[in-house]
Design a binder for this molecule. Structure first.
Ligand SMILES: [Zn+2]
Length: 156
C-alpha cells in the first residue's frame, strides 16, 4: 500500500528500482544449495568420468551409446557415486545386467578379486550415507578429476 503510493508519487525515480535489484543479488547467493542439486551434479560427473576413463564398454568393447553401468544398483546410496562400482557399459550390456547379471558379475569378480568384490558388496548394502558436506567435497573432487581427464585427453 505504502509502496504503491510512493511509486505513483515518484514515477520517474529510477534509482529506487536499481537499488532493489542490486539488493536481491547477494541474498540469493547466500541461499544454501539443495542436496538434490549436488546429487544431480554428481550423477552427471560420475557418468562423465567413468565414460572418459573406460572409453569403451568393459564387457563387449563397443564404443556406441556408452552409459554409466552401476554394478550394484544406483538406488543403493553408499555406492551410487563409487568409481569402483561404476564402469562404462554400452546401452545393450547395461540393460542386460538388469535381468542377466552373470556376465558383469564375472567381470567384476575377476577385476577386483574376491576380497575387494566382497568389500564392495558389503559397502553397497551397508548403512553409510554421505553427509551434505561429504557430497559437496566429492563433487569438488570429481570436478578436478574431470578436468584432469580432459587435459589428458587433449594431450593424447
Ligand atoms: Zn557392451
Amino acid at each position: 500500500m505504502i509502496k504503491r503510493r510512493w511509486n505513483s508519487t515518484f514515477k520517474s525515480s529510477k534509482p529506487s528500482r536499481l537499488k532493489t535489484r542490486t539488493h536481491l543479488r547477494p541474498v540469493r547467493k547466500t541461499l544454501p544449495e539443495s542436496e538434490a542439486r549436488i546429487k544431480q551434479d554428481l550423477i552427471k560427473l560420475t557418468s562423465l568420468i567413468v565414460r572418459m576413463r573406460d572409453k569403451a564398454c568393459v564387457l563387449c568393447g563397443s564404443t556406441r551409446e556408452l552409459q554409466n553401468g552401476h554394478f550394484w544398483h544406483r538406488d543403493l546410496p553408499p555406492t551410487e557415486f563409487c568409481l569402483v562400482n561404476c564402469n562404462a557399459l554400452c546401452a545393450r550390456c547395461n540393460n542386460r545386467h538388469e535381468y542377466r547379471p552373470e556376465r558383469y558379475t564375472e567381470w567384476m569378480r575377476e577385476k577386483l578379486g574376491e576380497i575387494e568384490f566382497d568389500r564392495l558388496d558389503r559397502r553397497a548394502h551397508g548403512e553409510t550415507k554421505l553427509s551434505y558436506i561429504e557430497l559437496w567435497d566429492l563433487r569438488e573432487t570429481y570436478k578436478l578429476l574431470f578436468k584432469e581427464l580432459n587435459a589428458i585427453r587433449e594431450v593424447a
